[in-house]
Design a protein around this ligand. Structure first.
Ligand code: MLT
Length: 245
């Protein structure tokens, strides 16, 4: 298994795809996806375009859908939810499909959706991702950070480093590009203060200005839920651990 880290969707190669793409948006899209599926959502359907989300979700039974939209960290008017994982409680999401669009995370998913396997990772479901990769042993794995409008985001790279550190340390993976070693070094430096790192990060600062400190603290937790969001068909993610149990 050869690991590659790409800090942003824009930095990923356009002439090839990996055997497995791991999309990461710790603040907050992939944390929200993991939380919603763990809480019992039927699926999460991701859209990079808001109009597409409204058009497609319209044909879904109203009692079985939730529209979640975020731009610039804030909830989009007309949606049921924004992008806070804290809103994805079992009593809210169970049995429903979450139609989700976010500023960067859903764009990153779109970028690699043609890969044979697409999963999403956040710090809260890191362990499930490590265990899946150790078992499945895909030949090439790309960790794709969502970044912020084309720029690097610390929180996505530190999560890639947290996963890569364990796979490399267990001798089950090789390093495919220098970014992997950079991500591992970032994780090793900050692993005991991920809340501190996320608050320093530029999107963490943005969320603090929007009074979303509780979201940051939640997103910075490691290995708290056992869930593996996996793409079932383009843009539609289900909990792989549920479909295989
Ligand atoms: C994104 O996709 O850019 C994020 O998930 C933004 C957020 O809601 O914090």
């Amino acid at each position: 298994m050869k690991l590659f880290v790409y800090h942003t969707p824009e930095a990923t190669p356009t002439d090839r795809l990996p055997d497995c793409a791991v999309v990461i948006d710790v603040l907050r899209a992939t944390t929200t996806i993991a939380t919603a599926l763990f809480a019992g959502a039927e699926a999460v359907q991701a859209f990079s375009d808001l109009d597409d989300l409204f058009a497609v979700s319209e044909s879904w039974p109203a009692e079985k859908r939730l529209r979640a939209g975020e731009r610039g960290g804030e909830k989009v008017d007309g949606c049921d939810l924004g992008n806070s994982p804290l809103n994805c409680l079992p009593q809210v999401v169970t049995g429903k499909r979450l139609f989700l669009t976010t500023t960067n995370g859903t764009r990153a998913l779109k970028r690699v959706e043609a890969s044979p396997t697409v999963i999403t990772a956040a710090q809260i479901n890191r362990r499930s991702v490590v265990e899946y990769l150790q078992g499945a042993q895909p030949e090439t794995v790309w960790f794709v950070g969502s970044g912020w409008q084309g720029d690097y985001s610390l929180e996505d790279t530190v999560c890639a480093g947290a996963i890569a550190a364990e796979l490399w340390g267990n001798d089950v993976a090789n390093v495919g590009n220098d970014e992997v070693l950079g991500a591992i070094a970032l994780y090793q430096q900050w692993q005991s203060d991920l809340v501190g790192l996320l608050k320093l990060a530029s999107h963490g600062q943005r969320l603090l200005r929007l009074e979303k400190e509780k979201d940051i603290v939640y997103c910075a937790q490691s290995d708290t839920i056992d869930v593996l969001p996996m793409q079932q068909s383009p843009g539609i993610l289900v909990n792989h651990l549920k479909t295989t149990s």
